[in-house]
Design a protein. Structure first.
Length: 504
């Protein structure tokens, strides 16, 4: 009887541990991420918002944002850049600038990346037209090092944009542009795509990916897969800029040949609410993970597809993460990037403890479950627009900007600031070696007169305040899981003792 008794106990423990593994998604355990103290990169006396970040595998980090400079009576909209090398940040400088005429100011709405040659690529607006330019990474802080901007968008107002590069060096860009004139959606945007096979010297003709004249298509994201597939997502609705908003869903465009042709766009809707702020990534198993929030509540959902987006799993709540109020800031967005293990790192602004307070959060998808959420930053300000980059296959670089509560909806008077933090994961180190350029880059010419360099600002780390009471922490979740396991094993042992007494 003793043999059967011990077999029964082992079986009960196995069943219990399997149950714990399934339920651990609620606690978000298994990966420990330590984010460094956030560093304010922008001068608090200068306007700074909508940043982006790029990082090389030899330790160089570049952050850009939409800003402005003023000298005397002249004011300029400017693309501001700072670079970290050997643990030191350079003073922020403007690399492109346009004089503000008759008080009309326009955010540059920029995106950047580092290409296979180790050059820094940038897309930006001047003032409402989207342009592309590049510069050697080592000289990126000099406005004279940038090539003459190449026009990307059409004759209408361009806004959101994102750059990408595929494994063969082709450049890809997506952006939103106001082109719809129908009365039902006057002033609405479509999502456009262009590509370049000669490092941005020339670009293919624009392609309309969204083809949804009844909706306003905004906030495009592009994901480059490793098997020839490109995926572009965006949110659809009406009236993003007004208070009477009508969100609808998420748009998805797919190409199976590096952008040469595109399948018919797909609209992703849900019965749980209206999906918005969608972001997509491909994990190490080749599955697509789509994350989005609903406009009607604070729940954030994810879906999975194993057939290149043809079919999707039912929406499941992202465990432990609560979205900010939809009406608080309609311009926010999420971001996602992959490490060398194929794990997906999701970043977004979500609720923290007390009602109305929000912070910057990070979560990890390992191919099976989510880990986290991990709090990166939280204070009295309102963070927005997180952007994430990965270097060496394992180092995370995160930027965002913060609105001051006194001028939350008044950007003209606001003193918005750009922030940076970094974290090292346990993914393997993978370094990419830049490819030698076959043809020397011609000497660039200056195109837009730059404003004088802004007053030097030395970025400094700032200690974030203590987490509000009642907010779950990863260590608290770990203790809870330990108590679950201890209690479960104790109950099984007690049950086994009772059974043995009965057998005796």
């Amino acid at each position: 009887m003793n043999k059967y008794y011990y077999l029964m106990i082992v079986g009960l423990i196995i069943i219990f541990l399997n149950w714990i593994e399934k339920e651990s998604i609620v606690f978000g355990l298994g990966i420990d991420i330590k984010w460094e103290l956030p560093i304010r990169l922008s001068d608090p006396g200068q306007m700074a918002w909508f940043p982006d970040v790029a990082a090389s595998d030899d330790g160089i980090v570049v952050v850009v944002w939409a800003g402005g400079v003023q000298r005397g009576r002249e004011a300029f909209d400017a693309l501001i850049l700072t670079k970290r090398q050997r643990d030191s940040w350079s003073k922020p400088v403007d690399i492109q600038a346009a004089r503000i005429i008759e008080g009309m100011s326009f955010a540059t709405r920029n995106s950047i990346l580092i290409d296979r040659y180790g050059d820094l690529l940038a897309a930006f607006r001047v003032p409402t037209t989207l342009f592309f330019s590049r510069a050697p990474l080592a000289q990126a802080t000099s406005a004279q090092a940038w090539t003459a901007p190449h026009r990307i968008s059409g004759s209408n107002v361009a806004y959101y944009n994102e750059l990408a590069v595929d494994p063969y060096g082709r450049l890809h860009i997506v952006w939103s542009e106001i082109t719809i004139t129908e009365k039902s959606c006057e002033g609405c945007s479509e999502i456009y795509y262009r590509s370049s096979e000669n490092d941005g010297e020339t670009w293919a003709a624009p392609k309309d990916l969204s083809r949804s004249p009844s909706y306003d298509s905004l906030k495009p994201h592009i994901w480059v897969a490793h098997d020839g597939w490109l995926y572009v997502t965006w949110q659809e609705g009406r009236g993003l800029s007004g208070w009477e908003r009508k969100p609808f869903g998420i748009g998805l465009a797919r190409s199976l040949n590096w952008g040469r042709t595109w399948l018919k766009p797909v609209q992703i809707t849900a019965t749980v609410g209206s999906p918005q702020q969608g972001v997509l990534g491909e994990d190490g198993q080749g599955a697509l993970i789509l994350v989005w929030r609903t406009a009607e509540g604070e729940t954030v959902y994810f879906q999975r597809s194993t057939d290149h987006g043809e079919t999707w799993s039912s929406p499941m709540p992202l465990p432990g993460f609560r979205a900010r109020p939809w009406t608080q800031i309609p311009y926010d967005d999420y971001d996602m990037a992959a490490d060398s293990l194929g794990r997906l790192h999701f970043v977004g602004v979500g609720a923290v403890g007390a009602e109305g307070q929000v912070g910057v959060w990070h979560m990890v998808w390992d191919g099976t479950i989510w880990h986290g959420p991990f709090l990166v930053s939280a204070n009295r300000n309102f963070p927005e627009w997180p952007r994430l980059a990965v270097s060496e296959g394992r180092r995370l670089h995160l930027v965002w900007f913060e609105r001051d509560p006194e001028n939350m909806y008044n950007s003209d008077a606001g003193r918005y600031t750009v922030w940076y933090s970094t974290a090292l994961t346990d993914a393997p180190l993978v370094r990419r070696t830049p490819v030698p350029r076959p043809v020397p880059t011609p000497t660039p010419t200056r195109w837009i007169p730059s404003a004088p360099s802004p007053t030097p600002w030395v970025p400094q780390a700032t200690q974030p305040p203590a987490l509000p009471s009642g907010q779950p922490r990863p260590d608290a979740d770990a203790m809870r899981l330990i108590l679950w396991i201890s209690g479960g094993v104790g109950m099984i042992s007690l049950f086994g003792w009772w059974i043995r007494r009965r057998m005796d």
